[in-house]
Write a protein that binds this ligand. Sequence first.
Ligand SMILES: O=C(O)CCC(=O)C(=O)O
Ligand SMILES: [Fe+2]
Length: 316
Amino acid sequence: MTDSYGVPTLDLSQWGSESQSSFIQALMKGLETFGFVVIKNHGIQPSLLDKAYQQSKALFELDETEKLQYSIESSQRGYTAFGREHAKDNPIGDLKEYWHIGPELSEDSPYLNEYPKNFWPTSLPSFQPALSSLYAELDRVSQILLAAIGKGLNVEDGFFKQLTHDGNTVMRLIHYPPVENGAPTGAMRAAPHADINLITLLIGASSEGLELLDKNGEWLPINNAPDEIVVDTGDMMARLTNEQLPSTVHRVVNPKDLSQARYSMPFFVHPHNSASLVSLPQCLKGEPPKHEPITAGDFLHQRLRENGFLKESEDN
Ligand SMILES: O=C(O)CCC(=O)C(=O)O
Ligand SMILES: [Fe+2]
């Protein structure tokens, strides 16, 4: 089944059923063609999603001074203030504030002291349980999607599970406030960019605005039901697959009614930092690799510097 723009809508309940191979085929085709698919029947409870969005709204309603207590310059956890991040090669800051939640690692993880620790806002006691539950559910769905991609690429079973074990996966709660008259000319909710990571899951964005740049250079709005998950491929997957699954540039445009806020929650699935992003032999098909080998951690830091998030000397 496809929506009117051709981005396919796939039924996750086909995974593990007799239609599994047609699910895998449609997933690969959608990602190869658009870099985007929409997923329904993923099993995430609407009540869990509602609670997570309620907590996200409550978080952004806190006083700026309180939010800034959870902001460490250049850290990939906690709060990032409005206008701080900009897309690669674009000097104008995006019209958004956001909060990052990473994995809660086990005590024996080699990354325990490498990845920054999560912050949990003390004045919102329901925030951690709601967001941790949604993080676990999105992680579950992402593992199914990666297993399906693994089968589609013909890599050994468990390849992506191992690659993302102790992964630096980040859930980003975003608040795009009403657009003020004083916003810099050309500033956008999210300027055109490709995601850094393997795949991104977007669930329940509160209003439209997300658009992808198709292969003809046209912007296509993504129209999905609020309970469906939009999935896109990031640059790390493009590197691993030697561009068989390319990343796709996308953006979030400003609304016609500038007084309308928007909330979203991209879930950026990352490998562990020491994972190699060298092209998989299954994807070379006689072609030379299109990218230099690099680890996931080094690639992430390179991209964070380009997004104005890390200064040259910083490394976290
Ligand atoms: O808010 C959205 O719907 C998408 C945001 C996005 O593309 C990003 O943060 O990378
Ligand atoms: Fe994105």
